[in-house]
Design a protein. Structure first.
Length: 252
């Protein structure tokens, strides 16, 4: 049975004390929850990973990073390597987020290198894909997502692919308050699962978690998550407040 996952992508938010407070609050709130086949992942900024992993070892959440550089070490000022993340017991890492693609010009080819690097160091990649509004309006959204997956992910061998989590995040839904409708999300998730089945096998496709991201909140999460191919969410804004985030977790 594939895992159901709610991951909080804090992006570039919170000072140290605020981060400490939020991690503690989420840990407390999770203590009383029964999380059957559900994984909660907190993805704070790099400087707060250690405080999160310190608490995570006794709490019911895992820790993820928001980015990684593909090399193990070297003269790459300001970057963080998969070796560093692995040595801090970071279990997940988001890659291919639309903000990285847009502001840092990360290409599908570069993301393929990041994916390989994470898998080499036993970190679960959360690979984001999704179209911008113009592409959806031009009915090119399936083509765009297929290209992103083909150029960044589908070179993996079967056993590597089995480790990957996919997040479908339509760019027009991120931080806008306009979420994809449950039907739009289901349609794309089923398409992605179909591509994986075609490239690998139906069995493998059925085992891969595909998360939805983009203005997911405590009000719309239950309907989005009730779709057969939506296995949870990658949550931005609503992961910054414990109540909102827990409301989403409780919707799963
Ligand atoms: P949002 O962001 O929930 O604030 O729309 C989601 C994301 O960017 O991962």
């Amino acid at each position: 049975m594939r895992k159901r996952i709610v991951a909080g992508n804090w992006k570039m938010n919170k000072n140290f004390l605020e981060a400490e407070e939020l991690v503690a609050k989420v840990a407390d709130a999770l203590e009383t929850r029964k999380l059957k086949n559900t994984v909660v992942v907190l993805c704070p900024p790099f400087p707060y990973l250690e405080l999160a992993t310190d608490i995570a070892c006794e709490a019911k959440f895992s820790v993820g990073a928001q980015n990684v550089y593909p090399d193990d070490s070297g003269a790459f000022t300001g970057e963080v390597s998969p070796v560093m993340l692995e040595s801090m017991e970071v279990e997940y890492c988001i890659i291919g987020h639309s903000e990285r693609r847009k502001y840092f010009h990360e290409s599908n080819e570069f993301l393929a290198l990041k994916l390989n690097a994470l898998l080499k160091h036993n970190i679960i990649p959360v690979f984001c894909c999704g179209e911008v509004l113009d592409e959806r309006n031009a009915k090119k959204h399936f083509k765009v997502v297929e290209k992103q997956l083909t150029e960044s992910v589908f070179h993996l061998k079967k056993d590597q692919m089995a480790q990957v989590v996919i997040a479908y995040e339509p760019v027009w839904a991120i931080g806008t308050g306009v979420n994809a409708t449950p039907a739009q999300a289901q349609e794309m998730h089923a398409f992605i699962r179909g591509l994986i089945a075609k490239k690998y096998s139906k069995k493998l496709a059925d085992e891969i978690s595909i998360l939805y991201g983009g203005s997911c909140n405590a009000k719309n999460a239950a309907e989005l998550f009730s779709n057969p191919d939506v296995d949870g969410g990658l949550i931005g804004g609503a992961s910054l407040k414990e109540d909102d985030f827990m409301g989403i977790i409780d919707s799963l």
